[in-house]
Design a protein around this ligand. Structure first.
Ligand SMILES: *Cc1c(COP(=O)(O)O)cnc(C)c1O
Ligand SMILES: [Zn+2]
Length: 418
């Protein structure tokens, strides 16, 4: 295990022992999210990347030595992470880039990158003998917690989700048997209610931007990308951003690898937001201090990136600023069009929030944020089956035919197939 050296507050640099604080900094409150820091000199001396490359574990626990859990710690049995990194030469060619890589995190057990955070939080809960874990979510974090929780009979899961979440996501929660509260309000309202309930009933909170273990779980996506590229970072990495927790976790992963000397440079991190939910993109554009960021009503078809006040705003802005990255925004129409275009060019079927990253890539190339000859990794954060209604809206076609051979011939001939 990586011995945790300290928890450090992103706002004031306040330091704590790992067992001293569970969530955010007691001095800086909700804004003072914590980084989990390790003794990197010790890790460098004890662990080398070739040993990890030789690991037979085909999931995120191949990096257990770089995570805050004991070597013998029990972890949820579902296989989270070690998702494919696909080369997408047709996208690269179309945009004049050297290479485009697609990290398909929709291939996780519950269909999104959120499984990584839930796996780590549940490992921590097992270690601490905690019996109930709760989260608020636009859907995917909840499904991840409910699914991985279902694999652990001793842990109860309580979910707060907006009643307006896509049907597939709510179905997933119910199928996994979690206690599900369908909140008649926004994600942000569900989030605040969940925090209050955790405080009142003593449940462990898996909430994004609150529990520092979520960032450590999400960082495993970056560790994998670097290893899959033979311990190199791409020139730029793009990921869609709601609360800003994934981009923060990816930053932390690459930062850990840089500290270890396993990679030479960080990728520029480029966040993609929906035009109707762009608090962080606007803050970046205007050069705002984190404390001056205000909530704004959010509206987008990409439900997974709708956030009025991004909970991990401090870490997310730091990730983009510290790596020389940027934000781009994309319209709902561009997101919808991206679903089939991305699928047809890469073979990866992404939910709206994930397909947004492909729309964002086109915007970033037009804006000169990524130059010809560079390599880019797109993180596809969620599976297209998560929101079938939007996927269906994004395409037309399909020819109805009577159930006889003559009708089939007529249709194929009209389509120019025969
Ligand atoms: C959660 C999520 C995001 C955004 O992650 P944040 O940490 O909220 O920025 C993007 N895409 C999908 C599919 C997600 O589930
Ligand atoms: Zn602090």
């Amino acid at each position: 295990m990586a011995d945790v050296k300290a928890l450090r507050c992103v706002i004031g640099g306040c330091r704590f022992e790992v067992d001293e604080v569970s969530y955010t900094c007691p001095v800086h409150g909700e804004l003072g999210t914590l980084d989990i820091l390790y003794d990197y000199a010790d890790l460098r001396a004890r662990i080398d990347r070739d040993a990890i490359s030789a690991s037979p574990r085909a999931d995120c626990w191949r990096y257990k030595a770089l995570l805050p859990v004991a070597p013998a710690a029990r972890v949820p049995p579902l296989s989270v992470g070690w998702t494919p990194l696909y080369d997408a030469p047709r996208i690269a060619q179309q945009l004049g880039l050297r290479s485009v890589w697609v990290k398909d995190d929709g291939a996780n057990p519950t269909g999104s990158l959120k499984d990584r955070a839930s796996a780590l939080v549940l490992a921590r809960a097992l270690e601490q003998g905690i019996g109930a874990v709760s989260a608020a979510s636009t859907g995917n974090a909840a499904a991840a917690l409910a699914g991985l929780g279902a694999s652990l009979p001793e842990i109860d899961i309580v979910i707060f989700v907006p009643a307006s979440a896509p049907a597939a996501k709510i179905a997933q929660l119910l199928v996994y048997g979690a206690e599900v509260l369908l909140v008649e309000g926004s994600y942000d309202e569900a989030f605040d209610l969940c925090l209050e309930a955790c405080a009142s009933y003593g449940w462990y909170s898996r909430n994004t931007g609150v529990n520092p273990f979520t960032t450590e779980g999400k960082k495993t996506a970056a560790l994998e990308i670097a290893e899959q590229l033979n311990w190199r970072a791409p020139d730029a990495l793009m990921v869609s951003v709601g609360d800003g927790s994934i981009i923060s976790g990816i930053h932390k992963g690459f930062q850990d690898l840089l500290e270890l000397g396993w990679i030479d440079a960080l990728p520029r991190l480029i966040g993609v937001q929906a035009e109707g939910s762009a608090v962080l993109a606007n803050a970046f554009e205007q050069g705002l201090a984190v404390a001056d960021i205000a909530a704004k009503a959010a509206s987008t078809i990409a439900d997974s990136i709708a956030a009025e006040l991004p909970r991990d705003r401090a870490k997310a802005l730091r990730a983009v600023r510290a790596t020389g990255g940027a934000f781009v925004t994309v319209s709902d129409a561009a997101i919808l069009a991206a679903i089939p275009e991305f699928a047809q060019l890469s073979g990866v079927f992404a939910e709206p929030a994930a397909a947004a990253v492909y729309a964002g890539l086109k915007a970033a190339v037009s804006a000169g944020l990524i130059e010809a000859g560079e390599s880019v990794c797109l993180v596809s954060t969620g599976n297209g089956l998560k929101d079938v209604a939007r996927a269906r809206e994004s395409v037309s076609g399909g020819t109805r035919v009577a159930a006889n051979r003559a009708a089939v011939e007529r249709a194929l001939s009209k389509a120019g197939r025969i």
